[in-house]
Design a protein around this ligand. Structure first.
Ligand SMILES: Cc1cc2nc3c(=O)[nH]c(=O)nc-3n(C[C@H](O)[C@H](O)[C@H](O)COP(=O)(O)O)c2cc1C
Ligand SMILES: Nc1ccn([C@@H]2O[C@H](COP(=O)(O)OP(=O)(O)O)[C@@H](O)[C@H]2O)c(=O)n1
Ligand SMILES: [Mg+2]
Length: 235
């Protein structure tokens, strides 16, 4: 994972990103000049140019320079960064508590199925989540922006799943958050959960989802398809 954005992008750069979005930058390419941006943020042309360069370095915008300015498009990572700001404001003004994570569907190691089906976990899922999950976890590779965003989950209250043991070994605890999954073509699946096992072979850049149904069937998902996961607090 690249840490470029967390180092180079501060509030000043985000303010420029917001301006670009207000001018239509999430809808595709737009023509801007450093002088225009400078005027709008009340800074020098050099400062505006530097902020645009930092947004570019962080992967928040894509740029093509032409003689009389530049064409700029906000990337998915850039949009995600703006959404993170938006969610903070929602939390401030509406008390809303959700975290949006974006990524692509991926195959895992084929172990999710085994763990989800174990009676020591299944019993708790039925009692605490009110359903018996499809036996497996849908794995999602997070974008860099969402890997950074992931720490915001700590402010949400999860459903705890306790560790347990049988005659042979111990099994670790896990936490679950209610989650809604949306596809790029606008389909939605409500009533899933993001599950974070304490012992896992995956890094921070992957999440696992459980649901009463096989999500690949319900949403027609293939590997590498983009999804957005809205994670909430336990109700
Ligand atoms: C409910 C649950 C409990 C788990 N408990 C353990 C555990 O006790 N020890 C362990 O090594 N892995 C545990 N895992 C994690 C798996 O080993 C693995 O990291 C991951 O779930 C594999 O998913 P995948 O097949 O989708 O890649 C658990 C996974 C889940 C879903
Ligand atoms: N609710 C769920 C859980 C798993 N799955 C899929 O079911 C299969 C079995 O899950 P798994 O966790 O054992 O396998 P991998 O994620 O390791 O590939 C995988 O293809 C998952 O993507 C799903 O579509 N919906
Ligand atoms: Mg899985």
């Amino acid at each position: 994972m690249s840490n470029a954005a967390s180092i180079a992008v501060g509030h000043d750069e985000l303010a420029v990103l917001k301006l670009l979005a207000l001018d239509g930058g999430t809808g595709g390419e737009m023509k801007v000049s450093c002088a225009d941006v400078a005027e709008q943020v009340d800074a020098s042309t050099q400062t505006a140019s530097r902020r645009l360069q930092r947004l570019d370095d962080a992967g928040y915008v894509e740029r093509e320079t032409v003689t009389d300015g530049q064409w700029i498009a906000i990337t998915d990572d850039g949009e995600q960064a703006l959404r993170a700001e938006y969610e903070d404001y929602r939390r401030i003004f509406e008390g809303a508590s959700s975290v949006e994570l974006a990524g692509t569907v991926t195959g895992g190691m084929g172990e999710g199925r085994h763990y989800i089906s174990l009676p020591g976990y299944m019993r708790q899922f039925e009692e605490r989540l009110d359903y018996a999950p499809f036996e497996g976890t849908l794995n999602v590779d997070l974008t860099d922006a969402s890997v950074r965003r992931r720490s915001a989950l700590e402010s949400l209250e999860p459903v705890p799943i306790d560790g347990w043991e049988d005659e042979e070994r111990t099994y670790g605890p896990a936490i679950c958050y209610p989650a809604t999954i949306a596809t790029a073509d606008g389909q939605r699946y409500e009533g899933a959960h993001l599950i974070t096992p304490e012992r896992t072979h995956h890094d921070e850049d992957q999440i696992e989802l459980i649901a009463p149904d096989r999500l690949r069937d319900e949403l027609g998902l293939e590997d590498d398809e983009q999804v957005t996961v809205t994670v909430e607090e336990r109700r």
